[in-house]
Design a protein around this ligand. Sequence first.
Ligand code: ARG
Length: 467
Amino acid sequence: MSEKLWDGRFSEKTSSRVEKFTSSIQIDKRLYAYDIAGSVAHSQMLAKCGVITADEAAELVRGLELIKGEIESGALAYDDSLEDIHMHIEARLFQEVGKVAQKLHTARSRNDQVALDVRMYLRKETADLIRSLARLREQFILLAREHVDTIMPGYTHMQRAQPVLFSHHLMAYYEMFTRDARRLADCLTRINVMPLGTAALAGTTYPIDRHYVAELLNFPLVSSNSMDTVADRDFILEFLADAGICMLHFSRLSEELILWSTSEFGFIELSDAFSTGSSIMPQKKNPDIPELVRGKTGRVIGGLVSMLTTVKSLPMTYNRDLQEDKEPLFDAVDTLAACVDIVTRMLPEITVQKDRMRSAANTGFLNATDLADYLVSLGVPFREAHSHVGQAVAYAIENGRELHDLTLEELHKFSPGIKADVFELLQPENVVNRRTSYGGTAGTSVAAAIEAAAAELQSDKQTLPSF
Ligand code: ARG
């Protein structure tokens, strides 16, 4: 058991059970680089403000950089009795540079220090995620461009509804992931606020310059209220909510990929490299990647719920409960990053069974709305047209046929004005291509939407954060 950096007022040593229970080092050790960068900036600021000398600051910085090397080479041993990464670095610094190490913690506390470390970690991870989401969005655009004339059934209630272009379906996911990327970019503006120097909760009596620290660490903003600063975890909650929504999108996509690769649908085939076999059934090719992506969604949503519950009812300001923020956050970051990466790699490997999609779009009365619209063009009120077509559908079902397989005479039983040009109109291509309303599935609209998305993605890339 080592001496504690805070044990001045204690007469008994901490029990090892308590040390084990309260320690967070195994989790927060991944913050070391941000902790060191923050301490370097803090030392330089203390020297600039005359709180320590320039030589002392130089000695602290030398020691901190040496420790960084030790951590990266695996030379620094972690020990529960030193609680967290902040304590480990400070204790090691004392061994290295001696008494001057004790000046590093002037005008700050671990409460603002941990807020700084997590904010620096999360702004980097968020920026990385926005960058990887840009690569994913690009894949949707590339795949959509290949399928501007691939027709598939569109569904509502999991029932065939109207034919759509496969590219239109893909671009629906482009939209979702674009919102996700932009939500994260918005969240980043609230993550990227510098908290150091608020000290434990009330600010400090030393003449420090928090804006100088912000400048050194490349933060555009400095937090305003010292109490809010050490108590605030909204930026984590927001990130987890954004990550959860993004995972929902991955989960919905996965569900579709799984369905489409069944023999029942047969719309796509996942490549062998992205599938797994069964240990008992030799014929199986399982969609484990999308299944795992779908399965991992629960962890990220769980992380959000866990953090909401942790923060709920906490009085001002810092409470040790907040130490519980890192596990769900790190897990959500890792999970989301892994999903973005694997799905980006999996998409171009998918084989699309165009013929199967096309023939599925040809059955199930997907052109019924168009027949009704056709009757409307002949002057039949829509409700009446709807009912006539409904009767035609019932008749076709009874006879095991589709609307476009009925003869003109048969169609006349339901609406006498129908002409022979109706058959052309009922072709899936025409059903699709007549939907030229903005945002609709017509080939021309989808091609324009794809090119607009490509331009939008280019401009989003111009404003990617530089962390
Ligand atoms: N390990 C703590 C955390 O992650 C650091 C802050 C501790 N502050 C304190 N007053 N015990 O939240």
